[in-house]
Design a protein around this ligand. Structure first.
Ligand SMILES: [Zn+2]
Length: 449
């Protein structure tokens, strides 16, 4: 990690802005991440590649990365995104599953743009450390060790980061839990290969009642600690005798084509601002956020340009040392070196900024939290959907008049964060109402000028 840049940024800030002292700055460590999904293989004739494939594929359509045209299309965007991230001084954890790597093996002989290297080797060797490569596995037919082996054999220098895992159950269809990563796991396809990771990232939840992974049970946190075990309380407890480190991914930021760059950056900035306020969350600890460069939208128009714009919008915060771009491994290195490995059990089920709880609500209910509150220019509405629903979000003034319609859309299940632009509101109370066919909830926010 480049540890000099944040230091210089601090000096700059102290000299140019006497109001803040060095101690008041707790930076937010940010990276992009991407999974390419096993679903891109399109078993059952469905694919997660939007804007290129229809969601359900006709039988005549070639499938995922088994098809050279599809593979090369996504490889092209991968190269463009890598160039954008590197040029913008950002960081990216590219977390690959086996399906894309099988495509690399079959079709990627390298080209002039990658100096004749396959894209995996090119990412590892030609990006100045801007991109870290992690294994990602759904563990149906290839497990984590297999994917790490494939990355290694393609020249990808895989990290020791587990790119997504189930925190409260066994891994995938199988019989081991994340705790078994501690001793290392053997490949299924490549049983002579053992993989022993250090960092757990992306704690997905398992819903025992439904018998499947359920993102409503994800442990989303910007914190970092050494989890004790796979139980509800154990996972959310720090045990310094454990070797594996849980690195938080924040609260579900995604460049998913439904948002503008301003909205994506705004969510990150809202958290960085909350750290400056210094009460909640507590300062002086390591905070980690990751922005999802969701591969299923890569083929959609404007994807790379929007990513570049997010980097641009965060730049002033980076220059002030309030946001630090860092890969997952760099974040953990900073945690050990600059934060003395002090655990940060910053909440999963508690709002980040002003102490309003953003609960993981029981199925069928919604949690709505507005933060920061009070706010001046921008706040964020956080809520959780138990199932996909059409949701509207409106602002009302104290007379009950609608002043803005901010959202009216079909949303996926899980946590959502919708920026609330308040720049045009006078000092007053503004009401935020979120509703669907199933519910309607109103909360107030105080706007201060
Ligand atoms: Zn996945």
């Amino acid at each position: 990690m480049n540890s000099i840049a944040p230091f210089l940024a601090l000096l700059l800030l102290i000299s140019s802005c006497g109001r803040l002292s060095a101690q008041t700055i707790t930076p937010l460590y940010v990276n992009f991440f991407t999974h390419n999904e096993e679903r891109d293989y399109c078993t059952g004739r469905t694919s997660d590649i939007y804007c290129y494939f229809p969601p359900t594929l006709p039988a005549s359509q070639p499938c995922g990365y088994q098809d050279q045209t599809v593979f090369l299309k996504l490889r092209g965007v991968l190269k463009e995104l890598a160039d954008t991230v590197r040029a913008g001084g950002a960081k990216w954890n590219w977390e690959s599953d086996w399906v894309f790597l099988a495509g690399v093996r079959s079709f990627d002989k390298g080209d002039a743009a990658t100096g004749g290297k396959n894209i995996v080797r090119w990412i590892a060797e030609n990006n100045n450390g801007a991109i870290e490569i992690d294994a990602h596995a759904h563990e149906s037919t290839y497990n984590y060790a297999d994917v790490a082996y494939m990355l290694d054999s393609l020249g990808g220098k895989p990290s020791k980061v587990v790119g997504g895992f189930t925190w409260n159950f066994t891994q995938g269809n199988n019989t081991y839990t994340w705790m078994d990563f501690d001793n290392g796991i053997k490949g299924w396809k490549y049983p002579s290969f053992t993989w022993k990771p250090d960092i757990l990232w992306g704690a997905a939840g398992y819903n025992r009642r439904r018998g499947q992974t359920d993102h409503a049970y994800d442990v989303e946190t910007p914190g970092i600690w050494q989890p004790k075990d796979t139980s509800e309380t154990g996972f959310k407890s720090h045990d310094p005798s454990k070797r594996l480190i849980l690195l938080g991914n924040g609260y579900g930021k995604a460049n998913d084509s439904s948002k503008t760059a301003e909205q994506i950056a705004g969510e990150i900035i809202a958290f960085a601002d909350s750290l400056r306020q210094g009460t909640k969350p507590p300062t002086g600890r390591l905070y980690s956020y990751s922005i999802d460069l969701h591969q299923k939208f890569w083929a959609c128009p404007g994807y790379v340009a929007r990513t570049a714009r997010v980097i641009e919008l965060l730049k002033p915060y980076v220059q002030q040392g309030r946001i630090v771009w860092a890969t997952n491994t760099e974040k953990v290195t900073a945690w050990k070196a600059q934060y003395q490995s002090q655990p940060n059990l910053y909440p999963f089920a508690q709002n980040i900024v002003s102490g309003i709880r953003s609960e993981k609500i029981a199925e069928g209910m919604l949690g709505l939290a507005i933060a920061p509150n009070p706010a001046s220019d921008q706040a964020v509405a956080y809520f959780n959907l138990a199932r996909p629903e059409r949701v509207s979000l409106k602002l009302y003034n104290v007379l009950g008049q609608e002043v803005a319609l901010l959202l009216d859309a079909e949303l996926e299940a899980g946590e959502h964060a919708i920026p609330l632009p308040l720049g045009h509101c006078p000092s007053s109370i503004v009401f935020v109402r979120i509703s669907s066919a199933a519910f309607s909830i109103t909360k107030s926010i105080q706007v201060l000028r």
